[in-house]
Design a binder for this molecule. Structure first.
Ligand code: SF4
Length: 212
């Protein structure tokens, strides 16, 4: 897989949340900040300032750039924790940590993002990764996530869905879901509630033309 085919890990999150949102952002280049996106951006900008901290047999890499040519993914890890073997100092365990600004409420959207980081780190370090963690800043609490087969399959299939959308060059149609759309920063561009009325209007116009 070439670099041009790599899918941004952040794009997986958009596509998991809503495939139309993914296409609006990544195909149509539309982006609108709301309070949640602005706060999230600011947090990750701080965390992604590349730096590392070392103790004798333990290293912390912040803002680490990662990619997987096997799964076609590219992005950044907020934090990679790396344990080293005492004799050789070679990495023996790696743990991806994703920072979240709010309270603990992991969902598949977040878990897929963490799993994608784990897939990239496995390739970089040639080590299996069985767990990752979220760190919730407000609660100063860590929540562990199993990087299991189900989550891996979901992550890979989301990347495949993105490739299919990219190949089609078509933005999926909207369908209004209160819980997700009302918090979406793109609701004014997307107009999910207008779709029914627009299609009714277009159908009416066509019927009128045919009748004339
Ligand atoms: S408003 Fe709803 S349908 Fe439109 S992009 Fe956002 S989440 Fe998707």
């Amino acid at each position: 897989m070439s670099d041009a085919d790599l899918i941004m890990i952040s794009a997986l999150q958009h596509a998991m949340f809503c495939q139309r949102q993914y296409a609006l952002i990544h195909l149509e280049q539309i982006w609108e900040e709301n309070r949640f996106t602005a706060e999230g951006e600011a947090l990750h900008e701080r965390v992604h300032r590349e730096r590392h901290e070392s103790r004798r047999l333990f290293r912390e890499e912040y803002g680490m750039s990662v990619r997987s040519l096997k799964f076609g993914l590219i992005g950044k890890c907020d934090l990679a924790e790396i344990w080293l073997e005492p004799e050789t100092k070679a990495p023996v365990r790696v743990n991806p940590v994703e920072f979240k600004r709010g309270r603990s409420k992991t969902n598949d959207v977040d878990r897929v993002q963490l799993c994608a980081q784990a897939l990239c780190l496995e390739e970089a370090f040639n080590l299996p990764i069985g767990k990752g963690e979220f760190y919730y800043l407000q609660e100063r609490r860590r929540v562990s996530v199993d990087i299991d087969e189900d989550l891996r399959a979901k992550t890979i299939s989301t990347a495949d869905q993105i490739r299919a959308i990219n190949a089609s060059k078509k933005t999926p149609v909207s369908s209004y879901e209160k819980k997700k759309c009302d918090g979406c920063s793109l609701i004014d561009h997307c107009m999910p509630r207008a779709v029914g009325s627009v299609s009714r209007y277009v159908r009416g116009q066509i019927e009128q033309c045919l009748a004339d």
